[in-house]
Design a protein around this ligand. Structure first.
Ligand SMILES: *Cc1c(COP(=O)(O)O)cnc(C)c1O
Length: 446
C-alpha cells in the first residue's frame, strides 16, 4: 500500500488506518496528478470507502487515463472507430467566426455556405449540407424527402452497419414507409419497377445502401444506380465511406489497387443519383460529420427540415471540414493524414521499423532479438472496404504486450495475432516513432 504524500491525517498503519483520513486532505495530496480537485475528491472517497486510502493515487491515475487523450494507433486499422476514425490535425483559432454571417451583406448567412458548398464543388454536386455524422445524414435525407411516403430498397441492403446503425430502423425513425423488394442475394430492376408501379404505391425515393462492411458473394445481383435512375423517383444513395472521386486526382499515383471497386461520390452522382450521403471521417479523411450532396432542391429540403437544426454541427467541425474540402479542391488531399498514411510505400515503413529496432536497443542498452521487423497487412476499417488488406510493415514482439503498451503515456494501441503483438507502422505518424520506441523499450524491459 502506498502512503499518500505529505498528508498526516491520512496516515496509514499497515492495512488499517489509525483514524479516518480526511477525504479533502487525501485529495489535496494527489494534486500532482493534474486532475481538478473534485475528481481527486472522488478518487479519495472511493479509496477510503474501499477501506484502502493508500489506493487513492492509483485511482486518481486511473481516472486521468479515462480522459479523452491522444493515442498512438499501432493497430494498422486506418479508420479505427474506437480511436476516432480518420486522424486529422486542426488548428482552432479561439475567437469568433462568420459561421452564420454573410460578410458581404452583413445579413444572417448560412452555416452550409462554407464546408457544404465547397464539398459540393469538390464532388461535382449542385449543393451539399453537413450534419453530425453519416447516420444523421441518412435520417435527415429520408425524413426530408420521404416522410409518410414509400421508400423502395433491396432486401440485400437492409443491413446493420455497426454501432447500432440498422437501415430498417433508421428508415422507420425517419417516418418513411419501407418497401422491400427482391431477395437477400439478388434484386432486379423489374423488382424495383414493380414496386414503383404497384397500385396505390406512393414512392418518394429509391434507396441504395452501399455494402460498406460486408459482401454478398456467389449467386448475386443488384440494381445499379444508373438503372434505378431510369425509373423516375429520386435515387438516394447511402454511400457511407465518402470516397470523393474514384480517380483520386489528389494522389500523384492515382488510386491505390486496394481501392478498386469502391464507388466514388462523383461517379455515383454522375450515374444519376439525386442525393448521395456519406461520412466525413471515413475515406474522406475529415472530422466526424455526415454529408448530403446532390440535387439543389432536395438538399434545400434537407436544410429546411426541422431535424437539420437538431443535427447541425458546430463551427469546430465545419472549420475542420472546410479545410478538408479546400484540400480536395487544391488536389492536395493526399497530404491529409489519412491519405498520407494509407499511401505510404511499404519500403518506407520497413525502413522505419528497422530504425526502430535500433532505437529500442539503444534505450534498453542491449540487443533485443525478440523484436522483429515483419511484413503485415493494414485494414481501412471504420466499416469500409471489408476484407481489403493494405500491405504494410511493422514490428512484432512475442506474447500479448498490449496492456503494457497501453499503459505508456501517450498510450500505444497495438494488435495481437498468432501469439505476437504487432505494431503496424502504417497508422503510426513518423513523428510518433520516438514515443513508440520508448513504449516498446518499456514493454520489453525487465
Ligand atoms: C458508416 C456508414 C453509415 C454511418 O455513418 P456514421 O458516420 O458512422 O454515422 C451509414 N451508412 C453506411 C453505408 C455507412 O458505411
Amino acid at each position: 500500500m502506498r502512503e499518500p504524500d505529505g498528508n498526516d491525517e491520512a496516515a496509514v498503519d499497515g492495512a488499517r488506518p489509525s483514524r479516518p483520513p480526511s477525504i479533502d486532505a487525501l485529495a489535496r495530496s494527489l494534486a500532482g496528478s493534474g486532475l481538478p480537485h473534485p475528481l481527486l475528491v472522488d478518487a479519495a472517497r472511493e479509496a477510503v470507502d474501499a477501506g484502502d486510502p493508500g489506493s487513492a493515487r492509483d485511482r486518481a491515475e486511473a481516472r486521468a487515463r479515462r480522459l479523452l487523450q491522444p493515442v498512438v494507433n499501432a493497430t494498422g486499422v486506418l479508420l479505427h472507430t474506437n480511436l476516432g476514425r480518420a486522424p486529422l490535425a486542426v488548428e482552432t483559432p479561439g475567437g469568433y467566426s462568420n459561421l452564420e454571417l454573410d460578410l458581404a451583406t452583413g445579413e444572417r448567412g448560412s452555416r452550409h455556405a462554407h464546408a457544404g458548398a465547397l464539398l459540393a464543388r469538390a464532388a461535382g454536386a449542385e449543393e451539399a449540407v453537413v450534419v453530425n455524422n453519416g447516420a444523421a445524414a441518412v435520417l435527415l435525407a429520408l425524413a426530408a424527402v420521404a416522410r409518410d411516403r414509400d421508400v423502395v430498397v433491396s432486401r440485400g441492403e437492409l443491413v446493420e452497419i455497426g454501432g447500432g446503425f440498422r437501415v430498417p430502423e433508421v428508415m422507420a425513425t425517419s417516418g418513411c414507409r419501407l418497401v422491400e423488394v427482391g431477395t437477400t442475394n439478388r434484386t432486379r430492376l423489374a423488382d424495383v419497377r414493380a414496386a414503383v408501379e404497384a397500385p396505390g404505391a406512393d414512392v418518394a425515393a429509391l434507396l441504395k445502401v452501399h455494402q460498406s462492411n460486408y459482401r454478398i458473394v456467389g449467386f448475386t445481383g443488384s440494381v445499379a444506380v444508373a438503372e434505378l435512375a431510369t425509373l423516375g423517383p429520386p435515387v438516394v444513395v447511402d454511400l457511407g465511406s465518402g470516397l470523393l472521386d474514384e480517380a483520386c486526382p489528389w494522389l500523384p499515383g492515382g488510386p491505390p489497387p486496394w481501392l478498386t471497386g469502391e464507388p466514388g461520390v462523383r461517379q455515383t452522382l454522375d450515374a444519376g443519383a439525386d442525393l448521395v450521403v456519406f461520412s466525413g471521417d471515413k475515406l474522406l479523411g475529415g472530422p466526424q460529420a455526415g454529408v448530403i450532396a446532390g440535387r439543389a432542391d432536395l438538399v434545400a429540403a434537407c436544410a429546411r427540415h426541422p431535424l437539420a437544426r437538431a443535427l447541425r454541427p458546430g463551427g469546430l467541425v465545419l472549420g475542420a471540414l472546410q479545410g478538408v474540402a479546400l484540400a480536395y479542391l487544391r488536389r492536395t488531399a493526399g497530404e491529409l493524414p489519412f491519405w498520407r498514411m494509407a499511401t505510404t510505400p511499404v519500403v518506407e515503413l520497413r525502413d522505419r521499423a528497422e530504425r526502430l529496432v535500433v532505437a529500442v536497443a539503444e534505450r534498453v542498452g542491449a540487443a533485443v532479438p525478440e523484436l522483429q521487423v515483419v511484413d503485415c497487412a493494414s485494414l481501412t476499417g471504420g466499416g469500409t472496404l471489408p476484407e481489403v488488406e493494405v500491405p504494410s510493415a511493422g514490428l512484432a514482439l512475442p506474447g500479448d504486450r498490449r496492456a503494457a503498451l497501453r499503459a505508456w503515456a501517450p498510450p500505444v494501441v497495438a494488435r495481437v495475432g498468432e501469439g505476437l503483438t504487432i505494431c503496424d507502422l502504417r497508422t503510426v505518424a513518423p513523428a510518433d516513432d520516438d514515443v513508440l520506441a520508448d513504449a516498446l523499450a518499456h514493454a520489453l524491459g525487465p
